[in-house]
Ligand binder design. Structure first.
Ligand SMILES: NC(=O)c1ccc[n+]([C@@H]2O[C@H](COP(=O)([O-])OP(=O)(O)OC[C@H]3O[C@@H](n4cnc5c(N)ncnc54)[C@H](O)[C@@H]3O)[C@@H](O)[C@H]2O)c1
Length: 294
């Protein structure tokens, strides 16, 4: 069996964001190995031998518009992987980087995605419980313009207070809502997201700092360990543990998979679901996690 043929990336045009670091960098390397023509984008320089790289701030509508003008006319697979951690005062920036800019870029490029093409996002276990805000997310998703979305965010400070969580929940809602949208399904464009658990990447230090109430990286690291790793005596993932499965999901191997929110967390969120189904309704992630350690 020809493994490259099985993946189906050989000679195909792939656009991927966040390639300078972490999960996306590992995915980009594998895509190159599999013979794809890779157009890679990041706010930082990308040191991989891609077909073309672009240094763009994907929080900015004008920069996304200019980038999309320069990207190829036909795209077989799109991977939206860039992201940032949340620090107080950056609520709106986190929405733009981690969700709204990704939705916007998807919709600007949609006509250029091939029939039977794929779109894959990186959300997070942090988006767990997205169903509780689905109606609000759909309201946001249906707003016609970028400016409308910004106004909407400004009117909903309570929702974007947990900025990282809400942006990731929005992304999961988007996949759920759009997979059967005629603009996607009529051309058999598949749309999925992965939800990584704790992974050592370029974001680790920021996640540690932002988790601690005093921005203390050591304290934050301990807190993350308690929430994400302690319950299963676990260990953090490597970028490849996320980047490689994501490449598989966007490939022909998964040609019948769409609308899926794939948790890559060694079963952690399943243990939260189990605890919640058995006895923990309306508890926070931290409370459910601590229950499942008992
Ligand atoms: N690391 C984890 O534990 C973890 C867990 C769950 C989800 N995630 C998500 O995984 C995705 C990948 O992150 P990672 O962990 O590999 O981190 P990373 O920092 O190694 O990679 C993220 C990349 O996004 C780029 N980026 C950030 N802001 C940008 C902007 N405005 N415009 C263009 N590029 C920008 C960064 O330069 C970086 O190269 C993110 O969406 C993150 O939220 C990470």
């Amino acid at each position: 069996m020809d493994i490259k043929k099985l993946f189906g990336y050989e000679g195909k045009t792939v656009v991927i964001t966040g390639s300078a670091s972490g999960m996306s960098r590992s995915a980009t390397k594998l895509l190159l190995e599999l013979g794809a023509k890779v157009y890679a984008i990041d706010i930082n320089p990308i040191d991989l031998p891609v077909t073309k790289s672009y240094q763009v701030d994907l929080s900015k509508k004008e920069e996304i518009d200019k980038l999309c003008d320069e990207l190829p006319d036909k795209i077989d697979a799109l991977f939206l992987c860039h992201g940032i951690a949340f620090f107080k005062g950056k609520e709106l920036l986190v929405q733009k980087v981690n969700f709204y800019g990704q939705k916007y870029m998807t919709e600007v490029l949609l006509d250029r995605i091939s029939d039977h093409g794929s779109i894959t996002y990186i959300s997070s276990v942090g988006g767990f419980g997205w169903q509780q805000v689905y109606d609000k997310c759909v309201e946001l998703i249906n707003l016609p313009t970028w400016a409308d979305a910004i106004k909407w965010y400004e009117k909903h400070p309570e929702l974007i207070k947990s900025a990282y969580v809400f942006a990731k929940q929005s992304l999961l809602s988007y996949v759920t809502y759009k997979c059967m949208d005629p603009k996607f399904i009529n051309r058999k464009i598949r749309i999925n997201a992965i939800n990584p658990g704790d992974t050592i990447t370029g974001l680790t230090d920021d996640f540690n700092k932002s988790t601690s109430p005093t921005n203390d990286a050591k304290e934050g690291e301990k807190m993350i360990e308690n929430i994400f790793l302690k319950s299963w005596n676990g260990y953090p993932a490597k970028p490849e543990d996320m980047g490689y499965p994501m490449v598989v999901i966007g490939s022909d191997i998964c040609s019948y998979m769409s609308g899926q929110l794939i948790y890559i967390d060694y079963g952690l969120t399943s243990s939260w679901t189990s605890a919640s189904l058995l006895n923990s309704n309306n508890k926070t992630i931290e409370e459910i996690s601590s229950d499942s350690q008992k």
